[in-house]
Design a protein around this ligand. Structure first.
Ligand SMILES: *Cc1c(COP(=O)(O)O)cnc(C)c1O
Length: 355
């Protein structure tokens, strides 16, 4: 039987997507050729990438004036591409520091100009989202991370600002409705909620590009990829294809508003179990808790061995917390069914009874 996969990334994708993707590896579109051996410029693959772009636009209701790209280098490459493309020569940017990924983005931005940390939750090991901070109006852009995969916190209300807003949505894109028009650039590594590792989704407002006064290497310039429809060089065909299949699955089932409800149900069930328990404790500030990654601890560490054993026997995979937080982390991305969270909760309740 398939395991209940709580892995933080690469992570679970719909079973139907795995099946379809594997058959396309052997024989794509009845071409008697594999998806991964045909030209990326063939009509069959061009149709895939065009559908993928179209599905992003549909599912997220992307307004006109934005380009949708599938790039390489992971979200980590965007840390430097964002600064390279948006920080003016002699300019400055403001960052919200809410975790390890934000910190890595800040490190790269510092290579390009004055990078200000507007607020940070590092003082409490990133267990909350800072809220009272000002965004100076003279920044070239403001950068935030919508969901902190490692620490289990999520921004519930984005700050209101006229400054260009960039958001790393790697671990909660497509998990809930967002208003794309409130952002100027959104990026997300595929492997958390979209597809396999190997491609990064970028949604960028065209008019914000080309104003830095700096020369940008060809591959790092968003304009290069916009001009060539993400095919300046060979695109990662398989990750793009699987991402397209995942978005088809999402659309067929009712889109983002449908999955948002399912994600809320899953998170509520798990957090209720944690809050009603005398042996488990949540790691993140309650009002900032992530619907995607729930971090929690056993208050009595002596129970860990028993809990780990029960999880293994119950087919629970990938629950170990990140080394910087410890404890446990249940990642409940879009493709995770409610049944998997129910299976985990049953084990937690059973341990509580034995406790
Ligand atoms: C996983 C993750 C990243 C890093 O993504 P890569 O594709 O491995 O570079 C960046 N930001 C967030 C929020 C993540 O969850």
């Amino acid at each position: 039987m398939k395991k209940h996969n709580f892995s933080a990334g690469p992570c679970i994708l719909p079973q139907q997507v795995f099946k379809e993707a594997s058959s396309s590896i052997l024989n794509f579109n009845n071409l008697e050729l594999s998806l991964i051996e045909i030209s990326h410029r063939s009509a069959d693959f061009v149709a895939v990438i065009e559908e993928a772009v179209q599905l992003v636009k549909e599912l997220l209701e992307v307004p006109s004036g934005y380009s949708v790209l599938f790039l390489q280098g992971g979200a980590s490459m965007e840390f430097l591409m964002v600064a390279n493309n948006l920080m003016k020569v002699g300019g400055k940017a403001g960052y919200l520091d809410t975790g390890a990924w934000s910190s890595k983005a800040i490190k790269e931005a510092k290579l390009f100009g004055d990078t200000q940390i507007l607020a940070s939750s590092k003082d409490k090991n990133y267990s909350y989202i800072p809220k009272d901070y000002a965004i100076p109006s003279d920044l070239d852009y403001f950068h935030c991370t919508s969901n902190n995969t490692i620490f289990g916190t999520q921004i519930k209300a984005f700050p209101i600002t006229d400054v260009l807003t960039v958001c790393d949505m790697s671990s909660d894109i497509f998990s809930k409705k967002i208003d794309v028009s409130k952002f100027d650039l959104i990026y997300a590594g595929a492997q958390k909620n979209l597809g396999p590792a190997g491609t990064t989704l970028v949604i960028v407002k065209d008019e914000i590009l080309g104003h830095t006064g700096r020369e940008i290497p060809t591959m790092l310039d968003y304009k290069t990829h916009i001009a060539k429809d993400s095919m300046f060089n060979t695109p990662p065909v398989f990750p793009i294809y699987v991402s397209m299949l995942t978005m088809r699955w999402l659309k067929e089932n009712g889109g983002v508003s449908w999955i948002e409800k399912v994600n809320q149900q899953k998170a509520e069930l798990l957090y209720q179990t944690i809050d009603n328990s005398s042996i488990f404790e949540g790691s993140a500030n309650i009002e900032d808790r992530s619907t995607m990654n729930a971090t929690f601890l056993l208050t009595n560490t002596e129970l860990e061995e028993e809990f780990n054993k029960m999880c293994t026997n119950g087919g629970i995979n990938g629950l170990k917390g990140h080394r910087s937080v410890g404890g446990y982390r249940a990642s409940m991305y879009n493709a995770m069914p409610l049944e998997s969270v129910q299976a985990l909760v049953e084990i937690m309740n059973e341990l509580e009874r034995k406790g």
